[in-house]
Design a protein around this ligand. Sequence first.
Ligand code: ADP
Ligand code: AMP
Length: 214
Amino acid sequence: MKIIMLGAPGAGKGTQAKKIADKYQIPHISTGDIFRANIKNGTELGTKAKSYMDQGLLVPDELVVDLVADRVKQDDCTNGYVLDGFPRTIPQAEALDKALEGMGTKIDYAINVEVPDENIINRMSGRRACVGCGATYHIKYIPTKVEGICDVCGEKLILRDDDKPETVKKRLDVYHEQTQPLIDYYEKAAVLKEVDGTQDMEDVFKDIVNILGA
Ligand code: ADP
Ligand code: AMP
């Protein structure tokens, strides 16, 4: 089962992708997580990516396309995967299609998690990420048991640099301009599925399971 998560920044792609990966036992591939890990480890890719991420801009296609094309060729991806945050532009989607075609396969589902812009700023300002394992929470909607501490690994939680309101506004503009056209792209490919992302996390997941099958 090869799945793409579509949706605005903060729509809940990562939250749902983790649940999908867990239920269907497939890897969760988040390009944002890959970049953040590279930044943490001080790699050249991380340094390059950070300069774009901090401004709310997309990292150039050439820095992300090969990375994902290589990742989906790894052994753990044989039974599928859930891509979270990729593709984000039409050229990325075309490059992915081409790479998959070369492997004799294709995307099965592109799940669009729909959340209007007015809910997004609220979601992002309350998002907290674990510095240790990358788990995400929301101070109001998905709180941890102990404030500021990750339920999974006990490390401390932080507000992402790019979740500050000024940057979120820019990221939303970039989303509408460069990423939203992917909805049409995957509709034409007859793999688009829409879910209402304004519901509770568990209800969104129920809708996704209805699409993917139990
Ligand atoms: P994305 O990966 O699309 O950027 P996240 O999955 O990180 O978004 O979710 C953004 C924020 O909203 C996080 O703080 C997350 O805990 C919270 N969140 C996710 N899904 C829901 C939901 N259905 N209702 C309320 N808050 C949610
Ligand atoms: P995310 O964790 O998905 O919200 O991504 C955080 C940031 O990483 C984005 O705002 C972009 O700057 C960068 N990024 C992640 N995935 C991509 C991608 N597929 N193409 C370009 N930039 C990306």
